[in-house]
Design a protein around this ligand. Structure first.
Ligand SMILES: Nc1nc2c(c(=O)[nH]1)N[C@H]1C(S)=C(S)[C@@H](COP(=O)(O)O)O[C@H]1N2
Ligand SMILES: [Mo]
Length: 360
């Protein structure tokens, strides 16, 4: 498995996948704790980062509501706050490993991170606006804008926007202004971003400027032409917006290409997560999947957050190349597949990926 990391690093040690727009990846081998430090957290942007002054910012709430209103930054901070943990994973994480090669940001293992987020519930904001009966969705609009370069595309500039069904919106979605106890940075969505627990992170819209409650399904660019998959749960395949993160374990250390001593115990480190449920087990194989051994899950499970794990691997007595595999199973018995499902295009990539090490 090539990590293809000839890319430059930022001063914080993040891999620069793209400069404009800014796309930065955490080298996954640096995974060290449950909480990803803010400066190590991957960054995914589609357009230039909007520089927003808190004093000039407002969140507009409109559409199918009885009382449309605008919220200032000060008013937002006065509302009752809540802090939750949530793992964000980019839906294109692991794309670099797809064969044949595909277009799109070439993410390795590190377009994922876990943080604690503080803000107000989307439910409280919607309640204040009084959602009309008949409404089904809320559209979250970001303040960043630009032209899309892939065809087909809408003409001119569009903003990054996505909708959520009201069920999810009322359930556990947070509008966050703090990340790990610090004010959001511009790169992560200052002044306010959505955190949509358990869903791929394209749903967690940054730089929020408007919420539009709607009685019709929203078919915007980032949930139809992009960030969608062919859903076959019905009779015919239908294009559906990406939603829940799929069960996945990733190996952080040893990293691909590393040398490990023969006939010794090497500790394998990693993380595992899923969108809807809990991680039930992580298994490691050093013989191409013929036998699997249970890894040790660390700490207690935290809803919507990844689970760190370790496995003490007894290395072979003989020198040579060895491939390590890790696979996760969730509490609903969903297991990581071995192949990428083509109906998912270049997204939702959760098949088992080998790490090749040199036993010396
Ligand atoms: N407004 C806006 N929100 C956005 C994006 C964006 O480009 N614009 N990118 C989305 C995607 S694809 C991801 S993976 C996450 C990344 O969040 P982060 O940069 O804080 O890690 O933000 C999401 N929210
Ligand atoms: Mo993403």
């Amino acid at each position: 498995m090539k990590s293809a990391d000839n890319n430059p690093l930022t001063s914080d040690g993040l891999i620069v996948r793209e400069k404009e727009p800014l796309n930065l990846e955490m080298p996954f081998s640096t995974l060290s704790a449950f909480t990803t430090p803010n400066e190590s957290f991957y960054v995914r942007c589609h357009f230039p980062i909007p520089e927003i002054a808190a004093s000039e910012w407002q969140l507009k709430v409109e559409g199918e509501v009885e009382t449309p209103f605008s919220l200032s930054y000060e008013e937002l901070l006065e509302m009752e706050s809540r802090t939750i943990a949530a793992t964000l994973e980019c839906a294109g994480n692991n794309r670099i490993f797809l064969e044949p090669k595909v277009k799109g940001v070439q993410w390795g293992l590190g377009a994922v991170g876990n943080a604690s987020w503080t803000g107000v519930t989307l439910a409280a904001v919607l309640d204040r606006a009084k959602v009309k009966p008949g409404a089904i969705e809320v559209i979250l609009e970001g303040a960043d804008e630009g032209a899309v370069d892939k065809t087909p595309r809408p003409s001119g500039k569009i903003s990054f926007s996505r909708s959520l069904p009201l069920g999810k919106a009322y359930d556990d979605v947070l509008l966050a202004y703090e990340m790990n106890g610090e004010k959001l940075t511009a790169t992560h969505g200052f002044p306010l971003r959505a955190i949509v627990p358990g869903w791929y992170a394209m749903a967690s819209v940054k730089w929020l400027r408007r919420l539009i409650v709607s009685s019709r399904p929203f078919n915007g660019y980032y949930q139809s032409l992009d960030y969608s998959f062919w859903d076959r749960s019905g009779t015919l395949p239908t294009l559906a917006p990406l939603r829940e993160q799929q069960v996945k374990a990733e190996i952080a250390r040893p990293e691909d290409g590393e040398s490990v001593p023969a006939n010794s115990t090497v500790r394998v480190h990693g993380a595992a997560w899923c969108g809807d449920g809990e991680i039930a087990k992580v298994e490691v194989s050093a013989d191409a999947g013929a036998t699997w051994n249970a890894a040790h899950l660390l700490d207690a499970p935290v809803k919507n957050a990844w689970r760190l794990w370790v496995f003490d691997w007894r290395t072979p007595t003989k020198a040579g190349k060895q491939r390590l595999l890790a696979r996760a199973t969730d509490s609903r018995n969903r297991v990581q597949p071995f192949e990428h499902d083509p109906d998912r295009g270049t997204y939702m990539i959760n098949h088992v990926l080998p790490i090749e090490v040199e036993v010396i």
